[in-house]
Design a protein around this ligand. Structure first.
Ligand SMILES: NC(=O)c1ccc[n+]([C@@H]2O[C@H](COP(=O)([O-])OP(=O)(O)OC[C@H]3O[C@@H](n4cnc5c(N)ncnc54)[C@H](O)[C@@H]3O)[C@@H](O)[C@H]2O)c1
Length: 359
């Protein structure tokens, strides 16, 4: 077993900073090489963080000798990078969404299993203590069994968000809009807490950003879970000012918990704990806060949770167990939003089938 895990970062764009800082924070891990198809970006990132090597080729990075790669590239490229890492016997931390198609996610999960390497996918919001309290409240039976949920992702993006990054906003290069890129985090929380999603019915629309993108900037959906629980999803990047994101769950005891991330990127906190005869509520929207936070600040505020999830991944390697969020978990969230796209296109509810095999 490696004493120091040698890490390669693939994709040196906006989110790579979170991965580099996370691995460099964790004792026993060290980023030894970075890769970007853009040579200047790779060199600049290596220079900024004092990383000894950089390359434009994934093959060269893998040949350099690494134990783990972080995949921080655009959505449709995740599969080829993960398959190459698995073939080289290298463990993988992959950014969300795992992929933009279910078949692709399934190939990634299968390749990592067959190669005996671990696959973790970033859903760092699961590491908020409020999210864990929500989850544990059901595990420990304090809310009873899940009955109702909602997830409201009410965000602001300006035009430059889409124009500054060429791969954003098309079905081929991004795979979707607000559902694929932003709401997926909260859809993941919803299904993590409420259980296996079974059927979805949804609509999508492009209200604000239609001149720049072909994907949706807004969506609504209902979800029915295998347990019988019901939930709604509302998501948009056409809002100004942003109201952040909220996930609310109700149990069969009648008790409700509401988690709010506001402004975007700030650690989610429980704003409501309501049980029979008792409501413990804190002020939802603090005054004097800039609601439209820039992307760098959002990503920066999330670094501690990248650290927490990547630390769990390293522990999973040491303990030879599954990471807290593995490929199957990430595929479940993807299945929900792809079901919403299918339903929006067909006009009928979509049954989601089973998640990928964990065998
Ligand atoms: N977990 C989060 O909160 C969070 C936040 C932001 C982005 N993300 C995810 O991170 C991923 C990257 O997003 P970003 O905002 O950093 O994008 P970005 O466009 O800023 O960076 C992507 C980088 O990958 C490089 N690249 C493209 N194809 C490559 C390849 N085949 N090999 C090597 N490099 C390649 C590009 O040149 C670019 O520098 C996406 O999956 C995105 O959804 C997650």
């Amino acid at each position: 077993m490696a004493t120091t895990w040698r890490v390669g970062i693939i994709g040196c764009g906006a989110i790579s900073r979170n991965h580099i800082e996370a691995f460099n924070t964790i004792e026993g891990a060290e980023v030894t090489i970075v890769c970007d198809v853009d040579a200047d970006r790779a060199a600049h990132t290596a220079d900024t963080y004092g990383i000894p090597a950089h390359t434009t080729s994934v093959e060269e990075l893998l040949a350099h000798g690494v134990d783990i790669v972080s995949v921080c590239t655009p959505h449709p490229t995740h599969e080829e990078v993960v398959l190459a890492a698995a073939a080289a016997g290298v463990h993988v931390v992959c950014e969300k969404p795992i992929a933009i198609q279910l078949s692709s996610a399934e190939r990634m999960v299968a390749a990592c299993r067959e190669a005996g390497v671990k696959l973790g996918v970033l859903f760092q919001r699961r590491f908020w203590s409020a999210a864990q309290e929500m989850k544990n409240s059901f595990i420990e039976g304090r809310l009873g069994t899940p009955v109702l949920g909602q997830c409201n992702v009410i965000l602001h993006r300006d035009t430059s968000y889409y124009s500054a990054t060429p791969w954003r906003g098309t079905w081929d290069s991004d795979g979707g809009g607000v559902l694929m890129t932003q709401a997926i985090h909260y859809i993941d929380l919803l299904q993590w807490v409420l259980g296996e999603p079974e059927e979805v019915f949804g609509h999508i629309a492009t209200f604000k950003h239609g001149e720049h993108i072909e994907v949706e900037d807004s969506a609504v959906a209902t979800v029915r879970f295998a347990s019988g629980a019901l939930a709604t999803i509302q998501a948009s990047t056409a809002v100004n000012p942003s109201l952040g994101a909220q996930v609310q769950v109700t149990g069969s005891s009648g008790a409700t918990m509401t988690l709010l991330e506001f402004p975007e990127g700030t650690e989610g906190r429980l704003t409501v704990r309501a049980a029979e005869g008792h409501i413990d509520a804190t002020q939802s929207y603090p005054a004097g806060v800039d609601p439209n936070v820039d992307l760098g600040s959002i990503n920066g505020a999330l670094i501690p949770y990248h650290v927490a999830q990547i630390a769990d991944f390293i522990d999973a390697l040491h303990e030879d167990r599954e990471p807290a969020v593995n490929g199957e978990d990430a595929t479940r969230a993807l299945r929900v939003l792809l079901g919403i796209y299918e339903s929006a296109s067909s006009g009928v509810p979509v049954r989601l089938g089973n998640s990928v095999s964990t065998a």
